[in-house]
Design a protein around this ligand. Structure first.
Ligand code: NAP
Length: 456
């Protein structure tokens, strides 16, 4: 994409903005559609919101996204506000209006969530919906429920007065759009929900990384009712709320797509275009790779790839995959049987095929690899393409101690396994070093410390 005299500036105002994913979304759309506009984040202090809006207009900025904490405050400095944003009471997108010499405000969070649920085939029409939370995002969810014709909406919140406030704010919308009944409840009052089958939206900040094991409602009786659960959180990819919904037989989704679609909706408003779906899907893949990095654990057998890998996955709310188990399942044979049938080189070939299958299709996962995986040049490249590669190390004595009683290791079936371990570790070390991004000593067996080193 070329920047020239006709290029346009778009961007984000908020505080902080340093960790935003929005530049990825917008600059990728511009690049893939060959549109010369550039997206920049701007950190704006609370007392400078008005200056920022007026300054942006003066500088011919095409449009802006607005994020925390300015989504309400910015409304005072706009020449117009779209109906939905007015009812929701927050604006996250400013669109330049040359006629009125200023910006019109929209709420594309709501549009983003609406597109996400349509993508997932979720219909709210005639349904009972439970919204957990009563902040800005919950208000957008309730508004969407009215537009989509839900039959009844329960709003459950820790602070009941905020749920009551949403009921009041939506009464005008109800007069115009729907006959949906809305009921405010205290978050502990789940027994007041009488329906057996509901669609639930988790719109609190509970469960966000790093507090991945927390959940706003933990009553099993509640999850029995949830046939579909949508968590507005997208990190971790599988929140505790989603896990509980699935454990009780429901389907569950995170809201990374909502983030993407709110950006797409803003881009479409600014440029007066429709972004083709194949480009949206490309960008979703890019986002998933950025947000849901994999950790790939390599190292000699007994270095702790499975033990520490499982602990890491649990701590971070990630999935866990063991390549040996994956191969055994795929081939329908145990590792010793594969060695017997195809020899070591045949097994290494299957490992390479496995990495090709996983690449690009696995996200948010801790992957424990077989000890010989990095021996092939091709595998070392693939491992780095799949995720952050951590080489787990321990001394030969520690390794021997950990695996001496394990009979499922074909390469150790010799008279002197300790000597074999020493030789193999010596031979393999250069390959591990060439394959890795980080070296982690697991000799301490201190799970917390090892996890910190892997993530840090
Ligand atoms: P907000 O306005 O600050 O509201 C926070 C909500 O969480 C309130 O209902 C609050 O209850 C509740 N809450 C916080 N801590 C709690 C606790 N310890 N116990 C019980 N309830 C608690 O935030 P928001 O803007 O609505 O955002 C809510 C969530 O949606 C966030 O996790 C955010 O990341 C997510 N979100 C996602 C997207 C997306 O694109 N995917 C977009 C927007 C928001 P009280 O009222 O009692 O304080």
């Amino acid at each position: 994409m070329q920047i020239d005299g006709k290029s346009r500036l778009i961007g984000l105002m908020g505080n902080p903005v340093e960790h935003t994913l929005s530049p990825v979304i917008h600059n990728e759309i511009s690049r893939q559609m060959n549109i010369s506009s550039v997206y920049m984040p701007f950190r704006v202090e609370n007392d400078l919101v008005e200056n920022a809006v007026r300054g942006a207009y003066a500088l011919n900025v095409l449009g802006l996204n607005v994020t925390v904490p300015h989504k309400n405050a910015v409304m005072d400095y706009l020449v117009d506000v779209d109906d939905a944003a007015m009812h929701i009471g927050s604006v996250n997108t400013l669109v330049r209006d040359e006629g009125k010499q200023g910006y019109k405000g929209y709420n594309t969070d709501m549009l983003g969530l609406q597109r996400q649920i349509h993508d997932y085939g979720i219909s709210l029409s005639g349904q009972t919906v439970v919204v957990i939370g009563a902040g800005g995002a919950a208000k957008a969810v309730v508004y969407m429920c009215l537009l989509e014709g839900a039959n009844k909406v329960y709003i459950l919140n820790r602070t009941l007065s905020k749920a009551d406030e949403i009921v009041r704010a939506m009464s005008l919308v109800k007069q115009i759009h729907s006959s949906t009944s809305i009921i405010a409840l205290n978050i502990t009052d789940v027994s007041a929900i009488k329906e057996d089958s509901v669609i639930a939206f988790q719109a609190t900040s509970i469960g966000l990384y790093p507090n991945v094991n927390e959940v706003a409602i933990d009553s099993p009786a509640f999850y029995e009712k949830v046939k579909t659960g949508v968590d507005l959180i997208y990190t971790p990819a599988n929140t505790m709320f989603m896990k509980l919904v699935r454990e009780h037989g429901g389907r569950a989704y995170n809201s990374l797509k909502m983030l993407l679609y709110q950006g797409v909706a803003a881009y479409e408003l600014w440029h007066n275009i429709t972004v083709p779906q194949d480009i949206v899907e490309n960008i979703y893949d890019t986002l998933q790779q950025k947000v849901y990095t994999n950790y790939v654990l390599i190292g000699f057998m007994g270095s702790g790839k499975t033990t520490f890998g499982k602990a890491l996955a649990k701590e971070l709310g990630m999935d866990f995959l063991d390549t040996d188990e994956y191969i055994e399942k795929k081939e329908g044979k145990s590792i010793p049987q594969i060695f017997d049938a195809h020899g070591e080189s045949g097994f290494r070939e299957i490992e390479t095929q496995t990495l090709h299958q996983l690449k690009g299709h696995i996200h948010n996962t801790v992957i424990a690899t077989g000890g010989g995986m990095p021996l092939r040049d091709e595998n070392r490249v693939l491992l780095k393409e799949i995720g952050t590669v951590c080489y787990l190390t321990a001394t030969s004595e520690e390794i021997y101690d950990r695996i001496k009683d394990d009979t499922n290791r074909p390469l150790l079936q010799t008279d002197n396994p300790y000597e074999r371990i020493c030789t193999m570790m010596y031979d393999r070390k250069p390959h591990y070093l060439a394959a890795c991004d980080k070296i982690i000593d697991t000799g301490s067996n201190d799970v917390k410390k090892i996890i910190e080193e892997i993530v840090g």
